[in-house]
Design a binder for this molecule. Structure first.
Ligand SMILES: Cc1cc2nc3c(=O)[nH]c(=O)nc-3n(C[C@H](O)[C@H](O)[C@H](O)COP(=O)(O)OP(=O)(O)OC[C@H]3O[C@@H](n4cnc5c(N)ncnc54)[C@H](O)[C@@H]3O)c2cc1C
Length: 96
C-alpha cells in the first residue's frame, strides 16, 4: 500500500509554467511546437479554469474540453508515429 502511495505521488509531481496569477499556461491555439491546450510539458494539457486566459465559465470549460478531444487524437497519432520510428529498426533486427 505504501509503495502504491509513493507511485501516485511521483506520477503527480510535474512542474508546469504558469502565468503571473498562477494559472497554467496552455495556449488555445497551436504554435511554438505545441498543440492546442498543451502545457509547457509535452503531452500534458490544461483546459477550464486552471488555464491562464480562460473565460472562467462552465460553458467555456465544456467547450475547451470538446476542442481538446480532437487535439488528443492528433497527439496520440503523433505519439504512435514517433514510437514506430523509435522501435521500427529494433523490430527489423529482432525479425532478421
Ligand atoms: C461561486 C461561483 C459561482 C460561479 N457561478 C457561475 C455561473 O453562474 N455560471 C458559470 O458559467 N460559471 C460560474 N462559475 C465558474 C464555474 O464554476 C467554472 O468556470 C467551472 O466550474 C470551471 O470548470 P473546471 O472543470 O475548469 O474547474 P472546476 O469545476 O473547478 O473543477 C476542477 C476539479 O478539480 C478538482 N481538483 C482540484 N485540485 C485537484 C487535485 N490536486 N487533485 C484532484 N482533483 C483536484 C476540484 O476539486 C474540482 O472538482 C462560478 C464559480 C464560482 C466559484
Amino acid at each position: 500500500m505504501e509503495l502504491h502511495d509513493q507511485t501516485v505521488k511521483s506520477l503527480c509531481l510535474v512542474y508546469l509554467f504558469t502565468g503571473p496569477k498562477g494559472f497554467v499556461r496552455a495556449d488555445a491555439f497551436a504554435g511554438d511546437g505545441r498543440l492546442p491546450f498543451e502545457t509547457s510539458r509535452r503531452g500534458i494539457f490544461a483546459i477550464g479554469d486552471v488555464r491562464a486566459g480562460s473565460t472562467k465559465r462552465v460553458a467555456a470549460a465544456v467547450g475547451e474540453g470538446a476542442q481538446l478531444v480532437a487535439t488528443l487524437h492528433m497527439y496520440l497519432t503523433q505519439a504512435v508515429d514517433r514510437l514506430r520510428i523509435m522501435i521500427g529498426p529494433a523490430l527489423e533486427v529482432a525479425h532478421g
